[in-house]
Design a protein around this ligand. Structure first.
Ligand code: HPA
Length: 279
């Protein structure tokens, strides 16, 4: 199964036939919103509003672990995280898609793992991941390649065919938020080689990897990052741009989902992330 985690400005996917709204409980609490199970052609997909349906969860308070764990328990193997981002790279324009391939983590106060050793919560269930919690394991996963290269390749194919503006590859820098960045921070991120800035893809991608899921980030540039234009940045600008892109985002994710389900050529290592990672 494939799930879409929608970020700012993307709280549902219009036009999908909703089959069920699922309230899922996890050892890490409740997800940010009920998970929508929906139908597209013959396929079933899940949708989760990362910030809650009424945007109740600021980036530093999103229950990332509950969100990702809940999707896993529903049988999700593939995740596309949709993220509004500020553009740092001068070649990026508002409205461009970026299929990122790396991240830098400048967040400060989040929980970045399910496997907290002696501090892990107890849980029910006998699956591989539950066992790691029950056995109080610590793991160090390899994140040399954080995003699933197979799904990234499919996103690229779909964006090319649709003729939507996109950039393949790019470094996402995650900031703690909820404030936006200073001009000096953006100058530093430019020097460090970052292309886009956002507040939520870390730890989401890392947690998905810890459950051996395939995760790709579809970023949508909503504004030039701080200091790169004269006017003040506003949330309104971000939400408006995401609204304008809603139809394109939907087309891209549905087409990508179909190809993911039909793909028989998974060369990535996403499903064996935990091999050799346990201490
Ligand atoms: N900075 C951080 N997060 C964002 C931005 C930004 O400029 N735009 C959209 N999300």
């Amino acid at each position: 199964m494939l799930a879409i985690i929608g970020g700012s400005g993307l709280y549902k996917v219009e036009g999908l036939e909703v089959l069920q709204e699922l309230e899922v409980k996890t050892p890490f609490g409740e997800p940010s919103s009920p998970i929508i199970k929906a139908k597209y052609k013959d396929y079933t997909l899940f949708f989760l509003a990362r910030h809650g349906r009424r945007h109740q969860y600021p980036p530093h308070k999103v229950p990332y672990r509950a969100n990702v764990w809940a999707l896993k328990t529903l049988g999700v193997k593939y995740v596309i995280g949709v993220n509004a981002v500020g553009g740092i790279n001068k070649f990026l324009k508002a409205g461009d898609f970026v299929i990122v391939d790396q991240f830098l983590d400048f967040t400060k106060g989040r929980t970045y793992t399910f496997y907290e050793g002696k501090f892990s919560p107890s849980c029910e269930g006998k699956g591989k991941y539950e066992k790691l919690l029950l056995q109080k394991k610590v793991v160090h996963i390899d994140v040399t390649e954080p995003f699933c290269p197979t799904i990234r390749g499919i996103l690229k194919e779909v964006l090319t065919e649709k003729g939507f503006p996109y950039h393949y590859g790019g470094t996402y820098v995650a900031t703690e938020g909820p404030r936006l960045e200073t001009a000096a921070e953006i100058r530093m991120f430019t020097l460090l080689g970052c292309d886009v800035v956002g507040m939520t893809m870390v730890p989401e991608v890392v947690l998905a990897k810890e459950l051996e899921m395939h995760y790709a980030g579809l970023c949508v540039v909503t504004n030039p990052a701080a200091g790169l234009k004269d006017e003040k940045l506003t949330s309104e600008e971000v939400i408006n741009l995401m609204r304008q892109k809603e139809e394109q985002i939907k087309e891209v994710i549905l087409q990508t989902a179909e190809r993911v389900y039909n793909n028989r050529n998974w060369k990535c290592q996403c499903e064996s992330t935990l091999q050799g990672a346990e201490v």
